[in-house]
Design a protein around this ligand. Structure first.
Ligand code: GLN
Length: 447
C-alpha cells in the first residue's frame, strides 16, 4: 500500500531520492513469513520507515543531497538503521535533503526540489524536507531525519507532523555523515506522539561506535506516555515571541498555551536573554565544524573527482568547486574564515563562550519550569524560491530551533493548528537534557 502511495504521489512531491521496490517487498515478505511461523518479532515489525539520505544504509546510495557523494554506496549501516532492522522495521528508501543538511527548505539539494504536500508551490522546510514530506503525504508512516539547527522540528512544523530532536548524546551518530558534529542528532518524524515515542525507544541508547553517545538507560517512553504531568509548569520566554513572528502563528501557539492551562498547567515567564545571539553563534560554530568535516571530500580519498586534468591542488579545488553546491561552498568559506589564525579568537572562540551562556540560560529556565513552550518556526511554509537569493532570510527560519542544538537539550514539534490559508503550524516543546520522557508526555497531553 505504501509503495502504491509513492507511485501515485511522489512524482509530484519528490520526497524520495532512492527506492528499492524489490528489496522492500522482499523484506516485507520475510517479516510475513516469520510472523506465519510464529517467530517472535520486533517492536516495528513490518513498519516501513524512510531514511534521510545523510544516513548510511548498507548497499543503498547515500548522496547527502550532493553531487559530491553521487556514487557513494556505504558498506555498513548507521547504528540507528541497524536498530530499526533489529526491530524488524522495513527500510523504505532514502529521502531528499538540502546538500549536506545545510538549509531550511530542501531547495539546496543537487537532485530535486521536494514539495510541501499541503501546497505544492511551497517548500516542506529543511534540511530533512524529504523525510517530512513523505510522512505528511502518507507515503510512509514514519521516517528518520537529522537536526543540527532545526532540520527535524522546522520541516515537521511546516508539514503538520511530529518531529523530535533528541538530547545530544541520546541517539548514536555513527553512520550519520557529519555536518556539525557537536550539534547533529538523529530523530523521528511521525504522525503522532505515540509513534514518535516508539521510534525513540528503538533508536536511542549508548553505542560504543560513537564516543559522544551517553550511557544512560532508555526509558520505555510508550509505557508512561499517557500519564499526564501533574503538576505541570510551562515556561514561556518573551524572546520566543519576537519581531518577525507571524501573527497567525503567534495566535495558534497562544491558544495551545490556553489549552494547557485548561489541563491544569501553570504558565510562568522565563528568560532566555542570550537567544538573540543564537543564530549568529550557530552560523559560526556550525560552519566552522562543517569546514573541518567537509575537508575530506577532495576527489582523491573521497567523493566526486573532476574530469579535468590538473595537479594535486588543482584536482582538489576543481573537484570541490564542481562537486559542492553554492550554499555548501559559502559555509566552507565562512567556517574556514572563522577558524583561521588571527580571527579564531574573535569569532570561533567567542561564539563558544556565548554558546555556554545560551546553555546557562536554559539551565536557569528549567530550574523554574518543566518545559519551555513556543512556536517552532516564525512562519508557516513559504513559497518556493522566496528565500533562495537571501541566505540571511533563510537562516532566520531557524531562529526558534537553533538554541536547542547549541545547548544540547531535547525538543519536539507537534501540530497546533492552521493558518487561514490552510497551512500547518507547529508548537515547539523544549525539555532539559535526557528529559524526553517528560517532553513526550507533555506533547501527548495536547493531542
Ligand atoms: N537550517 C539550518 C542550517 O541551514 C539547520 C540545518 C540542520 O538542522 N541540518 O544549517
Amino acid at each position: 500500500a505504501f509503495l502504491d502511495a509513492v507511485a501515485a504521489r511522489d512524482g509530484r512531491i519528490q520526497a524520495f531520492l532512492h527506492l528499492d521496490r524489490d528489496g522492500i517487498l522482499a523484506a516485507a515478505r520475510n517479516v510475513d513469513a516469520r510472523r506465519q511461523r510464529g517467530e517472535p518479532l520486533g517492536k516495528l515489525a513490518g513498519v516501513p520507515i524512510a531514511i534521510k539520505d545523510v544516513l548510511c544504509v548498507q548497499g543503498q546510495p547515500a548522496t547527502c543531497g550532493s553531487k559530491m557523494l553521487q556514487h557513494f554506496v556505504p558498506p555498513y549501516d548507521a547504528t540507528v538503521v541497524a536498530r530499526l532492522k533489529q526491530a524488524d522495521a522495513i527500510l523504505f528508501g532514502k529521502t531528499n535533503m538540502d546538500e549536506f543538511a545545510m538549509g531550511s527548505s530542501t531547495e539546496n539539494s543537487a537532485y530535486q526540489t521536494t514539495k510541501n504536500p499541503w501546497d505544492l508551490e511551497r517548500i516542506p522546510g529543511g534540511s530533512s524536507g524529504g523525510s517530512a514530506a513523505c510522512v505528511a503525504a502518507c507515503e510512509v508512516p514514519a521516517s528518520l531525519g537529522t537536526d543540527t539547527g532545526g532540520s527535524i522540528r522546522q520541516p515537521a512544523s511546516l508539514c503538520g507532523i511530529v518531529g523530535i530532536k533528541p538530547t545530544y548524546g541520546r541517539v548514536s551518530r555513527y553512520g550519520l555523515i557529519a555536518f556539525a558534529s557537536s550539534l547533529d542528532q538523529v530523530g523521528p518524524f511521525t504522525h503522532d506522539v505515540t509513534d514518535a515515542a516508539l521510534l525513540m525507544e528503538v533508536i536511542s541508547g549508548h553505542d560504543s561506535h560513537d564516543s559522544t553517545s551517553v550511557d544512560q538507560p532508555v526509558p520505555e517512553y510508550t509505557k508512561t506516555l499517557n500519564d499526564p504531568i501533574r503538576p505541570l509548569t510551562i515556561g514561556v520566554a518573551k524572546e520566543y515571541f519576537s519581531e518577525g513572528l507571524d501573527p497567525e502563528v503567534e495566535t495558534a501557539v497562544r491558544l495551545a498555551l490556553k489549552e494547557y492551562e485548561k489541563l491544569g498547567a501553570k504558565i510562568v515567564e522565563v528568560s532566555l536573554p542570550h537567544s538573540p545571539y543564537a543564530v549568529a553563534v550557530y552560523y559560526l560554530v556550525a560552519t566552522a565544524e562543517a569546514s573541518s568535516n567537509l575537508a575530506r571530500y577532495e576527489g582523491m580519498h573521497y567523493g566526486y573527482r573532476t574530469a579535468e586534468k590538473a595537479d594535486l591542488i588543482g584536482t582538489y579545488s576543481r573537484s570541490r568547486g564542481e562537486g559542492f553546491g553554492k550554499e555548501v561552498q559559502r559555509r566552507i568559506m565562512l567556517g574556514t574564515y572563522a577558524l583561521s589564525s588571527g580571527y579564531k579568537d574573535a569569532y570561533y572562540l567567542k561564539a563558544l563562550k556565548v554558546r555556554r551562556l545560551i546553555k546557562n540560560d536554559f539551565d536557569t529556565a528549567f530550574a523554574q519550569c518543566d518545559v519551555v513552550l513556543g512556536p517552532t518556526a516564525p512562519t508557516a511554509a513559504f513559497k518556493m524560491g522566496e528565500k533562495t537569493d537571501n541566505p540571511l532570510a533563510m537562516y532566520l527560519s531557524d531562529i526558534y530551533t537553533i538554541s536547542c542544538n547549541l545547548a544540547g537539550i531535547a525538543g519536539i514539534s507537534i501540530p497546533c493548528g492552521f493558518t487561514q490559508s490552510g497551512l500547518p503550524i507547529g508548537l515547539q516543546i523544549l525539555a532539559a537534557p535526557f528529559e524526553e520522557e517528560k517532553m513526550l508526555r507533555v506533547a501527548r497531553m495536547y493531542e
